[in-house]
Design a binder for this molecule. Sequence first.
Ligand code: PNW
Length: 438
Amino acid sequence: MFLWGTATASYQIEGAVAEDGRGRSVWDTFAHEPGKVKDGHTGDVACDHYHRWSEDVTLMAALGVNSYRFSISWPRILPSGHGAVNEAGLGFYDRLVDGLCAAGIVPAATLFHWDLPQALEDEGGWLNRDTASRMAEYAGIVAARLADRVPIWITLNEPFIHMVFGYALGTHAPGRTMFLDALPAAHHQLLGHGLAAQALRAHGAGQVLVTNNCTPVWAASGAEEDLRAAEAYDVLHNRLFNDPVLLGRYPDLSAFGLDAMPALRDGDLAAIAQPLDGLGINYYNPTRVRAPGDPGILPFEDAGVTGHPTTAFGWPVVPDGLRELLTGLKARYGEALPPVYVTENGCSQADEPGPDGVVDDQGRIAFLDGHIAAVAAAMAEGVDVRGYFVWSLLDNFEWAEGYNQRFGLVHVDYATQRRTPKASYHWLRERIAARATP
Ligand code: PNW
């Protein structure tokens, strides 16, 4: 069965940040620091999904999706990072999973979508190797409770984006600005993936995946130095995360002046290269780079993708980039590539209901139509794609942008929490009903 789904993440939709014993996460801290999130927005209430999850499951059932990718809030389960388990936190996901199963929707749970318990951040966060072991403990606890009903588990969401925005540039929590010194945060996340994958399986998890944010990389010209820049960017964004997981080794980092991955120890790669049941891919747009104007610390600079429509976020809309990405993964990894799941794809638009109450998001319909066709094209070229999840079910807390970017198939009026399915929701329902595969 091809999985058609929607995707969300705990901090972006749940709210109820101080309820039922939930501990603080790095995003609670970050969002409440003045100047970090646009307009001072926080996830304190978000879509109030913690209380309205049943209505949201009903919306998905009516949409006709057969799967739902959500993330578990680590600090709801382990408020102080380790030690005492918060039963009420487990209870919330227990009810949600039961609700999904009753609606015939396959739950796909992500363990870490960026909301690390603040208590673990206080011990060094992902710069501390022990956080990987803490993740394995957390994985075992949630799998012991939910794996009888959750068949698909995703360890990490986009370790690249988390490393770059959270640790290198500081635009996401925990807000560190370490530039290339952030690389241990990538290695420890990957180690956390490997250890968590083992713990998940030991506690009955069926399918284990990791989700990487991937981008096709285009050189700005055919000049030797631009080609080298493109290769370096591909190493940092894509291969640094896919190679260790699928091949058990890190790519050559010499373009970054490194002869080995920082923080790597003997045995780590074997732990990271766990057999996987699938690779999750989040795709938003391609990236075009050129050689740096003045050689600083990075061996590339962004050259911008031009000549394509853009989303409200300013991201270029290039559906064929998804076909290029998927066929490129197959070409690079061959037999080592497990089945692929597109675990996120979607776009931001400035959607508001018209006088008739309708949110006529034609741009999103074109976006989804084009990208689903790109998945079909990749499948026709031999890539084993098993699922497609739209980001996102609901408009939600878009990290540093707050509520200013709307990615939902369903509009949320934050003043009233009223949900209004957009035109794209109705379009997708018909698309899914018409054909079982892309
Ligand atoms: C993903 N970029 O993040 C995340 O998994 C979601 O939580 C998020 O809401 C969604 O995409 C939309 O942003 C990304 O700058 C953040 O390339 C930034 C980028 C890509 C993905």
